[in-house]
Design a protein around this ligand. Structure first.
Ligand SMILES: [Zn+2]
Length: 581
């Protein structure tokens, strides 16, 4: 019989109750009891181990959760956790909250969830269980009437839904936790006002001398929510040392780099006869969880960066390598049939690998938009018929599409300051229909519409509306479903139904950027639980919306005619084509 190689469990210093070393000189002159008391107060991991806190019937330990040791002890003002599902982060932030409420914070902690239902579930299950298992923590909690407020030490521990504006105003706190952060995010700049925005929430920290923030979430889209925060952080990656060749492997990084191909770091080894997690260099098996020598290494080292962490289920003791590989084969490689439902790559990358992902059809790629570019320059006038779209914010973002060619052709992209300037462009381009965003300056939009009756329409998105756009001439209003209209203009680009000016022009490059900055995301309705797609912003996206309005305007011109006869369109089209080649 082959002799089994004995694997030594790596002893984490934390597991043998070593006192924190960072407490400085005064420590030398203290009695053991004093030192013990200070260690308990100052060091979260030490407190959890020495108490010990009971979790799911067992004494707190870092066994099988090696990656959490440094995460427990990192205490920067802003900590960002981009993580796979079920990796122990909620527990980390709850324990930190209780510990700091007791020993440090004068005001307390605000724990934020995306919705009210989440708050109730959490308070009833996770928090209640923790209290039941830990009589010592029960002693800390002062009675309060509400299930969502607990008095601890000098302060309070509040649980709130992000979208409840009311509960937010009067609470001063020292730490704010955003759980499932990606679900908190407003989908567009203008919707921010509907939710309790992050700014409003962060104001709660203004009277605190700590101003601590914790953001945790499985990522959803790239450049969005938790991923945006992680990108701006020091980007810590978790590396495992190979016992055969000493190479450090970051499993997450290797896994993502090999998207769609056979994985080198997770495969079925014929030699060993099982699925293994392997070293990126020599391909040999890495030590199993509980025996891994891991190191967190930041990708960026500038001094003022926030602290960010990324971890996947490749380090979870509860998910087997066999299962992960199977999921990869089902959802990404598609070499294996799912037992139920369809392959869901989004879910795999987000929940299993903690990696943001968007399907090619849900976000316009820069190359796709560029492929619509012709070689004509921006124009200053046109004989029409033309359609115009205006997105309003601090400035007016305007695009104008001429409809006198074989395909709709964009002639103008620009940013204007004053509403009166729009009048000039209406005339210079013989605009037949213009759609303008109703918010935030509805009065200005109405004034503009009143100067061009029958031509300028104020846009209101109506979620419940499906199908055709409704034009109301008497009130100069157009209404439609936001997602449907954005789908439509999205397809103008994917199907090359629009001709854009030459790339390289400053305004065109801005236009391309803005169009790349929105993506379609599946969101769940808080009350009904029904799911629907919405386009969310991943960066500055004004021209994407001007383009959408221009497309809406263009459908009206194309459908109801423009007052310009077919013959005229054809002849002017030929002359214009010869102008620009
Ligand atoms: Zn190796």
């Amino acid at each position: 019989m082959p002799r089994k190689k004995k694997i030594q469990r790596i002893k984490r210093t934390k597991d043998i109750y070593e006192k924190p070393k960072k407490l400085g000189r005064p420590f030398l002159y203290m009695s053991d009891e004093q030192q013990e008391a200070i260690s308990m107060q100052k060091c979260l991991s030490y407190w959890c181990l020495a108490t010990p806190v009971i979790l799911d019937g067992k004494a707190f330990s870092f066994n099988d959760h090696e990656y959490l040791v440094d995460i427990y002890d990192s205490d920067k003002n802003i900590e960002i956790y981009q993580k796979a599902a079920q990796m122990g982060f909620s527990t980390r932030v709850i324990l930190e909250s209780l510990h700091k409420c007791k020993y440090l914070y004068p005001n307390g902690v605000l724990y934020l969830f995306p919705s009210k239902t989440d708050v109730t579930d959490f308070s009833k299950s996770k928090f209640a269980r923790l209290m039941q298992e830990n009589p010592i923590l029960q002693l800390w909690i002062k009675d309060t009437d509400s299930a969502n407020i607990k008095g601890i030490g000098d302060g309070f521990f509040y649980f709130r839904g992000m979208r409840s504006r009311s509960g937010m105003k009067t609470i001063p706190v020292d730490l704010i936790i955003f759980d499932e952060y990606d679900e908190h995010m407003p989908t567009s700049g203008k919707e921010t006002k509907l939710y309790a925005s992050s700014e409003l929430v962060l104001e709660r920290l203004s009277h605190s001398r700590f101003k601590h923030q914790r953001y945790l979430s499985t990522p959803t889209l790239p450049d969005f929510g938790i991923n945006l925060l992680y990108q701006a952080s020091d980007q810590k990656h978790y590396f495992i040392k190979c016992q055969h060749c000493n190479t450090l492997t970051c499993l997450e990084e290797e896994f993502v780099a090999a998207e769609g191909q056979e994985q080198k770091v997770l495969y079925y080894s014929k030699v060993i006869g099982k699925v293994i997690v392997a070293c990126k260099k020599c391909g040999k098996e890495l030590p199993p969880i509980g025996h891994r020598e891991g190191n967190w290494i930041p990708k960026r080292t500038d001094k003022n960066l926030t602290s960010g962490w990324w971890i996947s289920q490749l380090h979870s003791a509860y998910i087997s390598s066999v299962n992960l590989l199977e999921q990869y084969e089902i959802h990404i490689l598609r070499t294996r049939k799912p037992t139920t439902g369809k392959p869901n790559p989004q879910e795999f990358w987000n929940s299993k690998i903690g990696h943001p992902w968007v399907s090619a059809s849900a976000r316009l790629a820069v190359e796709q938009i560029r492929a619509c570019c012709s070689d004509h320059q921006l124009q200053n006038y046109d004989s029409g018929p033309c359609a115009m779209g205006v997105d309003q914010g601090n400035d007016l973002h305007v695009v104008i599409i001429s409809l006198r060619f074989q395909k709709p052709t964009m002639l103008y992209i620009g940013i204007l300051k004053d509403w009166e300037e729009l009048d000039y462009y209406m005339k210079a381009f013989s605009v037949n229909c213009c759609v303008v965003d109703a918010l935030p300056e509805t009065r200005n939009a109405k004034g503009f519409a009143s100067r061009f009756p029958g031509k300028v329409f104020i846009n209101y998105y109506i979620d419940s509306k499906k199908g055709d756009y409704s034009w109301n001439e008497s009130e100069s209003i157009v209404q439609e479903n936001r997602t449907e209209s954005l789908d439509e203009s999205h397809m103008w680009i994917t199907d090359k139904e629009i001709i854009l000016p030459a790339s390289g022009i400053f305004e065109v490059e801005e236009f391309i950027k803005h169009c790349h900055n929105v993506a379609k995301k599946l969101i769940e309705d808080e009350t009904s639980g029904s799911k629907r797609y919405v386009y969310v912003r991943l960066g500055v996206d004004h021209f994407r919306h001007s383009f959408n309005y221009a497309c809406i305007a263009a459908t009206r011109v194309l459908r109801f005619g423009s007052g310009v006869s077919e013959v005229q369109i054809n002849s002017t089209m030929r002359s214009a084509e010869s102008d620009w080649g």
